[in-house]
Design a protein around this ligand. Structure first.
Ligand code: FMN
Length: 227
C-alpha cells in the first residue's frame, strides 16, 4: 500500500515498505542544520519526518524541510478528529536535544508533541537515540546528568560526553552549531529497519500490583497513530 505525501504534492511513497525515522529537534541553534541529518538518514534508507518542539521550530526553514522530506514539519498535537499527517515511526532520533526536553522526557512529561512521541515511543519499544547539545554550564546541572542516566537505563541510546562532543562555553553555542556531528546519531541508531511496535508494559500489571481490579481493557493498541 502506498501513502500520499501529506503536503499535497504529487509524489507518492511506499510508506509501508520503507522504515520511518522521526528527526526530533529542540530549541537550539543546531536545529538550523537538521537538513544535513535528513539527507544522511535518507541516504541510509530512512523515510524521514521532522518534528520540532515549539522553540525548535523557530530555528527551522520549514518550507525547505517540507520539500526535502515530503512531509509536514509537525510541532503541535493534532486537533481531535484530525487525520494523521505522518506515517508511524519505526525509530526516533532527538538531536539537538535541549536540557529542557531531556529533563521533561526523563520525568514522563508530555506537554509538547515531541515529548508525547518520545514517551509513547518508549512504550512501543521504538529504537531511540538522544544527542544533546547545550553549553557546558547548562550541561553541568545535576538534573540533566541524572535525566541522561535514567534514559540510558531505560534503553535510550545516549550520545553524549566529552569523548563524543565537547559542549561549548556559554555564549558560544551558536558559533559551534554548524559542526554538530550528526553522523554519530545515525551510527548509534544502526541500520534502517521496520519496528515491531509491541507495547511491553500493561495497565493490568499496574492494577494487579496495586491490588485494584482492572479498570480498562489492556493489550496493544489496534493501530499506531501519531498523537
Ligand atoms: C538562541 C537560543 C539558543 C539556545 N540554545 C540552546 C541549546 O543549545 N541547548 C539548550 O539546552 N537550550 C538552548 N536554549 C534554551 C532553550 O531553547 C529553552 O530551554 C527552551 O525552553 C527549550 O525548549 P524545548 O526543549 O521544548 O525545545 C537556547 C535558547 C535560545 C534563545
Amino acid at each position: 500500500m502506498t501513502r500520499p505525501r501529506s503536503h499535497g504534492a504529487s509524489r507518492y511513497v511506499a510508506a509501508d515498505a520503507q522504515p520511518v525515522l522521526y528527526a526530533i529537534v529542540c530549541g537550539s541553534p543546531v536545529a538550523r542544520y537538521v537538513g544535513t541529518f535528513v539527507s544522511m538518514a535518507q541516504g541510509d534508507g530512512w523515510l524521514v519526518c521532522v518534528v520540532a518542539t515549539p522553540d525548535g521550530r523557530r530555528f527551522l526553514d520549514v518550507a525547505t524541510l517540507v520539500e526535502q522530506t515530503g512531509f509536514p514539519v509537525r510541532t503541535r498535537y493534532r486537533n481531535p478528529g484530525d487525520p494523521d499527517m505522518l506515517p508511524a515511526a519505526d525509530a526516533l532520533v532527538v538531536a539537538p536535544a535541549t536540557v529542557n526536553t531531556v529533563n521533561k522526557w526523563a520525568l514522563g512529561i508530555a506537554d509538547t508533541l515531541a515529548l508525547g512521541l518520545l514517551i509513547e515511543g518508549f512504550g512501543l519499544g521504538l529504537p531511540t537515540v538522544v544527542m544533546p547539545y547545550t553549553n557546558e554550564a547548562m550541561a553541568a546541572h545535576p538534573a540533566f546528568r541524572e535525566s541522561l542516566d535514567r534514559l540510558a537505563r531505560w534503553g535510550v541510546r545516549v550520545v553524549f560526553g566529552d569523548d563524543v562532543l565537547a559542549m561549548p562555553k556559554p555564549g558560544t553555542a551558536e558559533a559551534h552549531a554548524g559542526t554538530f556531528p550528526w553522523h554519530l546519531a545515525l551510527k548509534a541508531l544502526g541500520p534502517a529497519r521496520r519496528a515491531g511496535r509491541t507495547v511491553t508494559g500493561t495497565v493490568t500489571g499496574w492494577n494487579r500490583r496495586r491490588g485494584d481490579p482492572p479498570e480498562c481493557p489492556t493489550g496493544p493498541p489496534a493501530a499506531r497513530t501519531t498523537p
